[in-house]
Design a protein around this ligand. Structure first.
Ligand code: 5GP
Length: 189
């Protein structure tokens, strides 16, 4: 029988560069990774594709998924809901893939409580100023949302020690390298 894959929780404050680093890590086929596509009620950003970046749904559809017990975890984040469809993750784990959940801290805590076999990684910015620059340079959100995301980032940073590994995003290459090593070691166990 094929060995079950590892669940990898990947968190970090909004704007830290999680998806950029994740895309680099996914260029390593030997890590046998699959990305868990979340469901969200947020509007798509420019360039985001339904079914690739997220499943974009209405609040009513999201509520239904909660009621039907379809989500492994979910959380509200700056006015929108985000959640992980459970069946897809379980299917991939059973097929032997290592599955990456790129999720915020509240949902991550739910997964840590529900599952016993996972590794958790928290990506931090070199400085808070750097994070603010990154969120602003994205130019996709109004000032009010930027402020909310920044305040949230400070709260999230305080929870980094709940994770097995804290990686500083000094550069994309460095963060990629560290995360690749973490996953390789976890795979050997
Ligand atoms: P964004 O709106 O910037 O795409 O995502 C906002 C935050 O929600 C990010 O920290 C992102 O990682 C997190 N997020 C994305 N999908 C999920 C999910 O399925 N569950 C939870 N709990 N957080 C998610």
């Amino acid at each position: 029988m094929k060995k079950k894959g590892k669940l990898i929780i990947f968190s970090g404050p909004s704007g830290v560069g999680k998806s950029t680093v994740r895309q680099e890590v996914f260029k390593h086929p030997e890590l046998n990774l699959k990305y868990s596509i979340s469901m969200t009620t947020r509007e798509p950003r420019e360039g985001e594709v339904n079914g690739v970046d997220y499943f974009f749904v209405t609040p009513a559809e999201f509520k239904k998924a909660i009621q039907n017990g379809e989500l492994l975890e979910y959380a509200e984040f700056v006015g929108n809901y985000y959640g992980t469809p459970k069946a897809y993750v379980e299917k991939l784990l059973n097929q032997g893939y290592n599955v990456v959940l790129e999720i915020e801290v509240v949902g991550a805590t739910q997964v840590m409580q529900a599952m016993d076999d996972y590794i958790s990684i928290f990506l931090v910015p070199p400085t808070i100023e750097e994070l603010e620059n990154r969120i602003r340079n994205r130019r996709s959100e109004p000032e009010e949302i930027i402020q909310k995301r920044l305040n949230k980032a400070k709260v999230e940073m305080d929870l980094k020690n709940n994770y097995h590994f804290v990686v500083i995003n000094t550069s994309i290459e460095q963060a990629e390298k560290e995360i690749v090593e973490i996953i390789k070691k976890a795979q050997e166990k």
